[in-house]
Ligand binder design. Sequence first.
Ligand SMILES: N[C@@H](CCC(=O)N[C@@H](CS)C(=O)NCC(=O)O)C(=O)O
Length: 158
Amino acid sequence: MIKLYDSAFSPFARKVRMTLEYKGLNYEAVDGLLKANHAALKAVNGRVEVPSLVDDGIVIVNSADIVAYLDYRYPAKRVCPDDPAARVHARAWERVADTFVDPILVNISYWKWAERLHSGGEWTNSMIHASWPSCARSASRKTPPNPCTNFPVICGRS
Ligand SMILES: N[C@@H](CCC(=O)N[C@@H](CS)C(=O)NCC(=O)O)C(=O)O
C-alpha cells in the first residue's frame, strides 16, 4: 500500500493527496509533522519534510517529483498532459502555485487564523505584486486543448 507522509497544513502535501484521490489510488496517510511520527519520517526523508511518499519500497520526496512519479507509475487518469506544449504550460502553473499562490493562501488563511505576527497585510500584498508577472505570463500562454480539463483544480480550468 502507498504510504503518504502528510500534513493538513501543507499545500505541497495537499497537491499529492489530490493526485492520489483523482487517480483513485488506495493509500495510507500519516501526519508526518506530528512529533510522534518524526523518527519515521526522518528515516525516509532526511529533510524531515512532507510530502514524502513510499510505494513498494521506493521513496519519493518533493511534491512535483511525487506527482510525476505517480503519473508515470499509474498512468490511468494522468494529471499532466501528454502534449509537450501543454505539459510545459501545466508545469509553469505548478511552479506559480508552489512559489506564490500557496504561500499567499497559507498566509491569509492558516496564519491569519492562528494570529501569527505579520500574517496578511504588507507581506501578502508584496507577494501578490511579486507573483503578478508570473501569473500573467502563465495565463497568457497559448496552449493546446488539455486532456484533463475535467479536473478543474489541477489544470486550472473550469
Ligand atoms: N519543495 C517541497 C517543499 C516541502 C515543504 O516545504 N514541506 C513543509 C511543509 S509545507 C515541511 O515539511 N516543513 C517541515 C516542518 O515544518 O517541520 C515540496 O514541493 O514538496
